[in-house]
Design a protein around this ligand. Structure first.
Ligand SMILES: N[C@@H](CCC(=O)N[C@@H](CS)C(=O)NCC(=O)O)C(=O)O
Length: 226
């Protein structure tokens, strides 16, 4: 009997949804992908998770996981063939600290650098925010100098939880980003952008509507070609 896959409400360009799809792909976890347009969220998604942010994972037993990092951890707990979550407690602590800094101060500055108009109650100096975010990126660059990965000299949860946000930052002004002295970070981002994994998670899907046929993610290999 065919098993029903978990459902993921996702938005292609959302860095939180991207990191969840990265972990699902690494884990080889097939899900039903429902592409969301943020200004027109499906009722079924809001019913599952009233806070109404993407990504949202709904398991066949009705369990809802609506934080991107929790979805990554859920996928890796089930299957972690690339060893993204190491056994070493010290490495785990480093990974957690890097992600916390990304999701906290870095994302805060990134939003203000990228969308200064959205923060009407604050006086935003875009350059100042860019520099706050830049200090974190310099620290990432130093870490990447040691073999191209953030923690322990090999791919980990940290790399894939963070790189979608580095991409978002870089795309605000790619020529400025490329002119900075963070060569390891630029190289890391470029390797990610040409990777098969990135192509897998960035396949375009039309907005999901109730009653649509099921779209499975990751899809067939041919569909992933850029
Ligand atoms: N802490 C959440 C944040 C998710 C989040 O903020 N996603 C954005 C899109 S990138 C969102 O859904 N915003 C709601 C909206 O714009 O209506 C997570 O890690 O999953």
């Amino acid at each position: 009997m065919a098993t029903v896959p978990p459902i993921v409400y996702s938005f292609r360009r959302c860095p939180y949804a991207m990191r969840a799809r990265l972990a699902l792909a690494a884990a080889g976890q097939t899900v039903e992908l429902r592409e969301v347009i943020l200004r027109d969220k499906p009722t079924a998604m809001i019913a599952a998770s009233p806070k109404a942010t993407v990504p949202v994972l709904v398991l066949p037993d009705g369990t809802v996981i609506d934080e991107s990092l929790d979805i990554m951890r859920w996928a890796l707990d089930r299957n972690d063939p690339e060893g993204w979550w190491p056994d070493d407690v010290g490495l785990r602590a480093e990974i957690d600290a890097l992600i916390a800094a990304n999701d906290g101060a870095f994302k805060n500055a990134l939003d203000r650098y990228k969308y200064p108009d959205r923060f009407e109650s604050e006086t935003i100096d875009g350059r100042e925010q860019r520099d706050v975010a830049g200090a974190y990126l310099v620290s990432l660059d130093r870490r990447l100098g040691d073999g191209g990965w953030l923690v322990g000299g090999r791919p980990s949860l940290a790399d894939y939880a963070i790189v979608p946000f580095v991409r978002q930052f870089a795309h605000v002004d790619r020529s400025w980003f490329d002119a900075q002295s963070w060569p390891n970070l630029i190289a890391r981002l470029d390797r990610f952008l040409v990777s098969e994994r990135f192509a897998t998670i960035m396949v375009r899907h039309k907005q999901w509507k109730n009653g649509d046929p099921v779209t499975l993610f990751p899809g067939p290999a041919a569909e992933r070609a850029l």
